[in-house]
Ligand binder design. Structure first.
Ligand SMILES: *Cc1c(COP(=O)(O)O)cnc(C)c1O
Length: 384
């Protein structure tokens, strides 16, 4: 790409209010944050259970740092796979009710590695149009033919499955969609994957820890058999309040992925201290269901309050609540008005979401109080 073209493109991004910028977080993640020296009540982190700065999680990481040092020093396949990694994989598999879990350094890498490992020129990958970017990239980077169906449209998927002549089929879907908060029609996807002998991958980054009585996620929420999801992807950057990811499933399938997934083999293992933090979060997720209860109460309360505003809120029982307003200018103006009131809600614009569907993406946490939510609703009422 030529430099002039780069300049032209940057200018165009700026003029269409699409330029991305970063602000600097000063201090830990939480419902109260300091960004660029201003204090905000935040509705834009994925730390759904307030674990990112939980003292017990921090202590677990510090203890493991003392014991294991900082860096893991190598790939999992060489010498970076510690006792922390090994025991956490087992605990997580037990929690999820699956045979085996493999850890990855991030959700993005997990999706890339798993989809590529299972794809060849004779495969077809079928994705929901609103899947997370990492799944879309995974499909694009694989050798498979990539076909997309409309959001949650299992009948559209069925038509694609009927027409394909691919010998290997892989269906990809978010469990909870990251910008909509909607949930995939898991029972229908499972029926289709069985009928058409496809593999089903569900990326439940936003369901894990949040949905279902035990926090197992979308599968528990919709009461489908976890064994029917061939590949469950989960991430630790959301409800776990940490960083990293995993794929869960049957032993042999995961053994194959471990042999083939380049983003697992050719990357440094996550630090043991991070894994220790994840293990502590898992402990809390299992033993403190009241956190999930508080989050569910907050979601219900928000939904009840937002109804009064008669705004185009997407129907979501997850912690992700989006108000789709359409054009970039409107969401940017609203976000700025809320910021002036000390409330942080960021505008989400294309290409993160489809054209003309810019939105405010509000995420709720177990640590928000009703008063916090009232403040948000009052401000929205004033400016929407
Ligand atoms: C956040 C997210 C990812 C990426 O996970 P990281 O660990 O942050 O790389 C993947 N899939 C979905 C649905 C996500 O929301």
């Amino acid at each position: 790409m030529k430099l002039e073209e780069i300049h032209a493109q940057l200018k165009q991004l700026d003029e269409s209010q699409s330029l991305r910028t970063r602000r600097t977080l000063n201090g830990p993640q939480g419902v109260q944050v300091t960004l660029d020296d201003s204090d905000y009540l935040s509705f834009c982190s994925n730390d759904y259970l307030g674990l990112a700065n939980d003292p017990r999680v921090v202590t677990a990481a510090v203890d493991a740092l003392q014991q294991h040092g900082v860096g893991s020093g190598a790939s999992q396949m060489i010498s970076g796979y510690s006792t922390q990694h090994a025991s956490f994989e087992k605990e997580l598999a037990y929690f999820l009710g699956v045979e085996r879990v493999l850890l990855f350094s991030s959700g993005y890498l997990a999706n890339l590695g798993v989809v590529s490992a299972l794809s060849s020129r004779h495969s077809a990958v079928f994705s929901d149009r609103l899947n997370h970017a990492s799944l879309i990239d995974a499909a694009k980077l694989s050798d498979a033919k990539h076909q997309r169906y409309h959001h949650r449209d299992h009948q559209g998927l069925e038509r694609l499955l009927q027409k394909t002549d691919a010998t290997n089929k892989l269906i990809l879907s978010d469990g909870v969609f990251s910008m909509e908060g909607s949930i995939a029609p898991l029972a229908e996807l499972i029926a289709l994957k069985k009928e058409h002998h496809a593999l089903l991958l569900i990326d439940d980054a936003h369901g894990l820890g949040v949905l279902g009585e035990k926090g197992i996620g979308s599968a528990e929420q919709l009461q489908v058999n976890p064994e029917d999801i061939d590949l469950l992807i989960g991430t630790f950057g959301k409800a776990f309040g940490s960083s990293g990811a995993f794929v869960a499933g049957k032993h042999d399938l995961l053994e194959y992925i471990m042999q083939k997934a380049r983003s697992l083999i050719y990357t440094t293992a996550a630090p043991a201290a991070l894994i220790a933090a994840c293990a502590k979060s898992l402990d809390i997720i299992q033993n403190e269901p009241t956190r999930r209860g508080r989050l569910q109460d907050n979601i219900a309360y928000y939904r009840e309050q937002i109804k009064r505003l008669q705004q185009p809120s997407l129907d979501s029982i997850s912690a992700i609540q989006s108000i789709v307003l359409g054009d970039n200018d409107t969401v940017i103006r609203l976000s700025q008005q809320l910021a002036a009131e000390g409330i942080l809600v960021l505008p989400i614009r294309p290409p993160t979401v489809p054209a003309n569907s810019a939105r405010l993406r509000i995420t709720l946490s177990s640590e928000h109080s009703k008063v916090d939510i009232d403040r948000l609703i009052t401000a929205l009422q004033q400016y929407l």
